[in-house]
Design a protein around this ligand. Structure first.
Ligand code: SF4
Length: 275
């Protein structure tokens, strides 16, 4: 059995950076917490907790100490509220997300109706909505884009982890909505690289294993892309691998979302090699 790793997989620059910042700001007395899980990976969240970085779901859960803003970022009100509460704010927002947030702000300041191409429930998108202010819509499909009303000035920005192909489709569907359109393509290359490498590998193997949190949007998208080409299983840890998946096959491909720790990828790789 041959086991092949995708050319690009696992932690991206923004996640590595956020985890490094969180570790540098750990507090064994429990006074350092990330606002929401640092990344969409329960195993990593647990490991950080042991190292002195807890998780809160709301600023109301914290009376004192250090709040760490995760790579997905937050809206401007959260910084203001943390400051008003006397909390120390450590910003680990990924610089690419920051760029998307500030692009939305800039488009809004130019008097444009801002369309954010992304998933409505994703925390990053919710933060971009807040930076854009009031005149904003979130669009996830070309059909939703077609329903956007015509406006004098339109600005388009994307969730950093959105698919480049779907972004183009949605932008095309928005082109007749205004005579004055400014598009800021804020998709980060980490996503494109991982998606491209996963698609390429899926075309060469019999089974793809996609590793990452079940609640991770970018991992789920990798699994969806691979499933179009070959049989695909989305797992969080090596324990979930099942022997029956690998009957009569020769090649296993492995990829992992941008929030999947290296140690989990290694465990899955080793276990697959032993099959
Ligand atoms: S996927 Fe891109 S935008 Fe998101 S955290 Fe990673 S580097 Fe930053």
């Amino acid at each position: 059995m041959e086991v092949i790793l995708a050319d690009y997989l696992g932690f991206c620059y923004g996640v590595k950076r956020a985890i490094k910042i969180a570790r540098e700001n750990a507090a064994p007395d429990g006074s350092a917490c990330t606002l929401g899980p640092i990344i969409h990976n329960p195993q990593m969240v647990e490991r950080l907790k042991e190292e002195g970085v807890g998780t809160i779901s709301s600023l109301d859960d914290m009376k004192r100490g250090r709040v760490i803003i995760r790579s997905h970022g937050v809206g401007p009100e959260t910084y203001a509220r943390a400051e008003a509460m006397g909390l120390e704010c450590v910003d680990a927002t990924c610089p690419h997300v920051k760029k998307a947030q500030l692009s939305a702000k800039e488009l809004a300041e130019e008097g444009r109706f801002v369309v954010i191409v992304g998933e409505k429930e994703h925390p990053e998108v919710q933060s971009i909505v807040q930076w854009a202010g009031g005149s904003v819509a979130v669009v996830e499909t070309a059909a939703e884009a077609a329903a956007v009303l015509s406006v004098p000035k339109l600005g388009i920005v994307s969730q950093t982890t959105f698919s480049g192909r779907r972004f183009r489709e949605i932008v095309s569907a928005l082109l007749d909505k205004s005579r004055d359109i400014r598009v800021m393509r804020t998709i980060c290359t980490a996503t494109d690289q991982r998606q491209h490498a996963a698609r390429e590998l899926a075309s060469k193997v019999d089974v793809m294993i996609v590793i990452g949190g079940k609640n991770s949007a970018n991992t789920t998208r990798l699994a969806q892309l691979c499933a179009k080409t070959c049989r695909t299983y989305h797992i969080e840890t090596a324990e979930e691998l099942q022997l029956a998946w690998f009957d009569n096959i020769e090649k296993i491909g492995i990829t992992a979302g941008a929030s999947t720790p290296d140690w989990i990828i290694k465990e899955v790789y080793k276990k697959c090699q032993r099959i």
